[in-house]
Ligand binder design. Structure first.
Ligand code: ADE
Length: 379
């Protein structure tokens, strides 16, 4: 039995040989079979569906994923149809789920399945890794859940469970810590039920071993957990102190021509939010009045000598590593109306803007313009 009284573990320590692996597996999997949520990607679902779900579930909560998962499969029911689809359509269906590189990579991954694997999603961890957008986590999830291969998944939920279980005291983001946690997860993995084991670990992290208020009273493996024994649950996982998130002011122009059409531009595919459409604009420079930012950025991006008019709204939005305030202005296009831009640029009728994928803050701006939303800081 693990000695729960002795402090903590570090990445240089061996996996504790006294840990009761078989009892842990049994308690965990029995709990999972009773308590698991009934989710649309569970119970013998084909690999394509599991792939979509696992990509969506990275960085996104289950309740937010479910409607997107269903809508995505309605539009792209097979890997062949996803591969043939236009990236614009894929991004439009993904719009609002965030982390858009996931959608671009899924689209590229579908092409890889068609081109490299004759349209069949590979059935092994090693072969899954040959597909764009499938890294160790997704390959382990698909190969274990669908094909029963003994590969442990390590995601944020699993890291929380493991670090509490063992009192793992090192910062989790170092490569030595990642290695230790992967070895620990693979050592605990039940080779006879790798899929249920992996899902059970993630489910435990999602439902019981939660970040702020873990429900240790209902935890099926609490008796093996160092953190609960020493009441140090909230100290794990140990993370590097966060840097203060930078804040950017961005000015954009809603430029309308005399037909009422509005100018939008497509972000380069390789950029953040790549492939999404937006109103022309950009970052405020130091000390620059925000209207000047709007004018300068539009001149740089479109060549139009716009006249910046009334403010529409200021919209706050947080990305994972920085925050923005989007300041939006009505603009008239000035003379001559001749676009010079390296970006794909379109004049679009207002009612057709719903057909284009926009980043969240731009979409909120459109809602404000059509009077559907006031959920913003307006000045
Ligand atoms: N989080 C990501 N994938 C999951 C899965 N298959 N089961 C439970 N939680 C998850």
């Amino acid at each position: 039995m693990i000695d729960l009284s002795t402090g903590v573990l570090q990445a240089t320590d061996a996996f504790p040989s006294e840990f009761p692996i078989a009892a842990f597996q049994k308690n965990l999997i029995t709990w999972f079979s009773k308590e698991k949520r009934d989710l649309p990607w569970r119970n013998n679902v084909p690999p394509y569906q599991v792939w979509i779900s696992e990509i969506m579930l990275q960085q996104t909560r289950v309740d937010q994923v479910i409607p997107y998962y269903e809508r995505f499969l309605d539009h792209f029911p097979t890997v062949a149809l996803l591969a043939q689809a236009n990236l614009d359509d894929v991004l439009r269906i993904w719009e609002g789920l965030g982390y858009y590189s996931r959608a671009r990579n899924l689209h590229r991954g579908a092409a890889d399945v068609m081109n490299l694997h004759n349209g069949e999603i590979p059935d092994s961890y090693a072969q899954l890794l040959t597909i764009s957008g499938i890294g160790p986590y997704t390959a382990a999830a698909i190969s274990s859940i669908v094909f029963g291969e003994a590969q442990a998944v390590v995601d944020g939920n699993v890291i929380r469970v493991l670090t509490r279980l063992f009192g793992f005291a090192d910062v989790v983001s170092t490569s030595a810590s990642k290695k230790w946690l992967s070895v620990a997860a693979n050592t605990l993995l039940d080779p006879n039920a790798p899929g249920p084991f992996n899902e059970a670990m993630m489910e435990l992290g999602a439902l019981v071993c939660t970040p702020r208020k873990p429900k240790c009273g209902t935890c099926p493996v609490a008796k093996y957990c160092r953190a609960q024994k020493t009441e140090t649950q909230l100290q794990f996982p140990v993370k590097k102190p966060k840097k203060k998130t930078p804040h950017l002011n961005i000015a954009v122009g809603v430029i309308q021509d005399d037909r009422g059409h509005i100018l939008i531009q497509k972000r380069p595919v390789t950029a953040m939010l790549g492939g999404l459409w937006e109103f022309p604009g950009g970052k405020q420079e130091r000390e620059e009045p925000i209207e000047v930012t709007c004018w300068r950025e539009i001149v740089e991006e479109t060549g139009l000598q716009v006249n910046v008019g009334a403010k529409i709204a200021s919209i706050d939005h947080a990305y994972s590593h920085f925050k923005i305030t989007l300041h939006a202005f009505y603009c008239d296009p000035g003379e001559p109306i001749k676009i010079e831009s390296s970006l794909e640029t379109k004049w679009v009728a207002r009612e057709e803007l719903v057909d284009y994928a926009f980043p969240r803050a731009n979409r909120r701006l459109l809602e404000i313009m059509s009077g559907d939303s006031d959920g913003t800081r307006m000045d």
